[in-house]
Design a protein around this ligand. Structure first.
Ligand code: GRF
Length: 198
């Protein structure tokens, strides 16, 4: 898991793994922020964690190589971004081809980038939500694995909307990981094909 902040998605995935709801194990957490509360969550669950700060590296490639080395050292097969606040270059993608996913708090391709919930709210969208997608070279762009819709209510606030979207994030992120663990996810161009479960 690659994080920068609070780590509530990390927590949802740890909980799903620990209770056997997903056939996966969170084996390493990397944060680019030393003070990220996500790190404390990893420690609490005895999950290996590392702080890898961008400022300690001369190039983005070197930074991403260090992240890749950390994950490979723990046998990571799938890299999950959750609230990771940096744009990835090509290096990590090369190290984990087709094996990096992200969650975004809007229904892509609408409202990519920062502060997506506020963007949707201020645009006047009646429906927003969240998206789990593969990561590619462009921001919030790769093939979509799963989405959940969340209504924008009359009298809503950005904060209330954020909270309801986050709840859905916590529900669908583990589900998407489980689909991948069951090898039911195939990328066909821009489309992700989900095979029926046995
Ligand atoms: C989530 O809304 C996620 O979609 C976005 O950043 C937030 C991270 O929350 N990319 P958390 O750190 O998982 O609590």
């Amino acid at each position: 898991m690659l994080v920068s902040g609070n780590g509530t998605n990390l927590q949802a995935i740890i909980d799903a793994a620990e209770t056997g709801r997903i056939d996966a194990e969170v084996s390493a957490v990397v944060s680019d922020q030393a003070g990220a509360p996500a790190l404390e969550r990893a420690r609490r669950h005895k999950i290996a964690s590392a702080v890898i700060e961008r400022s300690r590296f001369e190039s983005r490639d070197a930074f991403e190589e260090a992240i890749a080395a950390e994950f490979k050292g723990h046998g990571v097969e799938l890299v999950c971004l959750a609230g990771f606040m940096r744009i990835l270059g090509g290096r990590l993608l090369k190290e984990f081809p087709g094996s990096i996913i992200n969650i975004h708090p809007a229904l892509l391709p609408s409202f990519g980038g920062l502060d997506a919930q506020r963007q949707a709210f201020e645009y006047g969208a009646k429906l927003s939500g969240c998206t789990v997608h593969f990561v590619d070279e462009k921001i919030d762009h790769g093939p979509i694995i799963m989405q959940a819709a969340v209504e924008v209510r009359e009298g809503d606030t950005v904060e209330a909307l954020k909270e309801r979207i986050l709840k859905e994030e916590h529900r669908i992120y583990p589900q998407a990981i489980q689909l991948i663990a069951e090898k039911r996810v195939a990328i066909e161009g821009r489309r992700v094909k989900i095979k029926q479960g046995g």
